[in-house]
Design a protein around this ligand. Structure first.
Ligand code: SF4
Length: 520
């Protein structure tokens, strides 16, 4: 079982299947056949990993297939995308999974929805992946919910989820890459039990995830992603058509040459995958996640067997899988060794200083005078907003003026639960296609939002540059932002702040409740 394996510190292997569209089809059948073929007490495979509508396309939900695979005697890892469900539906789906005995969950932001029945589907993104991990952990502890009598609470039965989260180190620029590591840290702080990397073909970048985790004392298991890459899939990724997946021009040329061989490059790509498995093992990763389009049971078994044959030579393969782009940013200096090390310095300390951003400094100064709890401005405005409760016309007039100022300055969408101070005065509603409040999704491409059709910077690159310029990167990596309060939509964010109705008040209250010993 996957959890036992990882908890014992043994090397775990998961194999990925994509269920596909329709109640049956090659993806569904392949997963079942695979489970039948490899299940058993001595199986080298510890879970079948089932995707959740990858690429934002409709497909059979993995929850239906998971129990069928478990019945064959093989564990499953169900992907759980935040894209399609609001928080209540998230809980409902988790209850159903718990009921079905499916406990391994990989929480993902989810690719932006693609075209579906009669047009493009809507993205929900009610919770982000950090909030979802925290939610699942609260369910594991027994969720406290409102009781039958007013003012009472009751505890729901505890669940037993084992939660994975993802990290995407294949980012070209500093302002894209560092926020990925910060979000990783938030996911682990929220309770993620293990981490799986995005697929990629640069072992130095994979190593950087390990080095970052070591430097920050993040001691959860780390699983490397091995995607068996054909020329066709490589072309699609190279063209930027698979969100967050990088295939460089140089790698594409190698794949093209391989595709001209009589077996269309199959032997070479399976060997590359086996070498990557061997490298991850040698580098001290805790397992691998093997996937690839159209892979058969024998292909998976071949890769695993071949990786064992390669074990002694893993270091010699590293130069074969080090495909980087021009001006690729690395957070750490070139590695002296790819073997596991116990000590790494926090790389953030060694970054060159950022540039102070005047607009951000002005917003901060304004915030200190007007919004900081205890400031004169805050005391006066709290009284003012209390007074507006008795004067709806004045409340509407004040709200209109607030909206005009914030719309013109920050592109405000009037969500009523303002995250501007949490995100260096970037509005998540207008600047981030997935409204992420705790860090970037994995989609950005060369600093641009990977989910937007027009070329617009990923909101989190802007947040990073502002926070870096202000010397506040530690705040950025430690600050958890609770989910948006949807009932506040189209109400005054300022009134909600001063009258303690928004997420900031909830966050302050939960900080006060925290025992002294756990406060940062
Ligand atoms: S702005 Fe950044 S975090 Fe938001 S959807 Fe685009 S790439 Fe993802």
């Amino acid at each position: 079982m996957l959890r036992d394996k990882l908890e014992k510190g043994e090397f775990a292997i998961t194999c990925e299947f994509v269920p596909g569209r329709g109640k049956t089809g090659p993806g569904v059948e392949a997963a079942i056949e695979f489970a039948k073929a490899v299940a058993g007490p001595d199986s080298k495979i510890h879970a079948v990993s089932l995707t959740d509508n990858p690429g934002g396309n409709s497909a059979m939900i993995p929850d239906a297939l998971a129990p069928e695979i478990q019945k064959q005697g093989l564990d499953v890892l169900v992907h759980f995308s935040c894209r399609d469900l609001n928080r209540n539906a998230v809980e409902s789906r988790l209850d159903a999974l718990a009921r079905a005995g499916v406990n391994n969950i990989l929480v993902l932001t989810g690719d932006y929805p693609a075209s579906g029945y009669e047009g493009n589907a809507a993205g929900v993104f009610d919770l982000d992946s950090v909030q979802t991990v925290k939610y699942i952990k609260a369910m594991n502890a027994g969720l406290e919910v409102a009781g039958a009598k007013k003012g009472t609470t009751t505890q729901l039965p505890k669940t037993n989820f084992y939660v994975a989260a993802a990290v995407s180190p294949f980012k070209l620029r500093e302002e894209e890459l560092v926020p990925q590591f910060f979000k990783l840290e938030k996911k682990i702080a929220a309770g993620a039990d293990f981490i799986i990397t995005q697929l990629g073909y640069d072992m130095r970048k994979f190593l950087e995830v390990k080095r970052y985790m070591t430097s920050r004392g993040l001691k959860v298991p780390l699983i490397g992603n091995v995607y068996v890459l054909s020329y066709g899939a490589g072309k699609t990724m190279n063209a930027g058509m698979v969100p967050g997946c990088v295939v460089t021009d140089e790698l594409l040329k190698v794949l093209e040459a391989e595709s001209k061989e009589p077996d269309k490059g199959k032997a070479k790509r399976l060997d590359r995958a086996a070498k990557m498995v061997a490298m991850f093992k040698g580098m001290g990763f805790n397992g691998v996640h093997i996937g690839g389009f159209g892979l058969k049971t024998d292909d998976f078994l071949f890769i695993i067997k071949r990786a064992d044959d390669f074990a002694g030579q893993w270091e010699s393969f590293i130069p074969e899988v080090c495909f980087s782009r021009k001006d690729e940013f690395y957070l750490f200096p070139p590695p002296v060794t790819y073997r596991p090390t116990d000590v790494e310095e926090d790389p953030i300390k060694h970054l060159p200083p950022g540039h102070v951003q005047i607009g951000y400094s002005i917003s901060q100064a304004f915030h200190r005078v007007v919004f900081d709890r205890g400031s004169l401005g805050c005391r006066l405005l709290t009284s003012y907003y209390q007074m507006t409760l008795k004067h709806p016309g004045l409340a509407r007039f004040t709200h209109f003026n607030e909206y005009m100022v914030k719309m013109l300055s920050f592109g405000c969408r009037d969500c009523g639960d303002c995250a501007l101070p949490d995100m260096a005065y970037c509005c998540p509603q207008s600047m981030c296609a997935k409204q992420q409040r705790n860090g970037p999704c994995g989609d950005s491409k060369c600093g641009l939002c990977g989910a937007c059709e027009d070329e617009k910077p990923c909101a989190w690159t802007v947040v990073y540059s502002r926070m870096k310029g202000a010397g506040k990167l530690d705040d950025m990596r430690n600050h958890y932002v609770p989910p948006r309060k949807m009932n506040l939509a189209y109400t005054s964010g300022w009134a909600n702040y001063f009258l303690n109705k928004d997420h900031a008040a909830a966050a302050e209250a939960s900080k006060e409740k925290e025992p002294e010993s756990t406060k940062p």
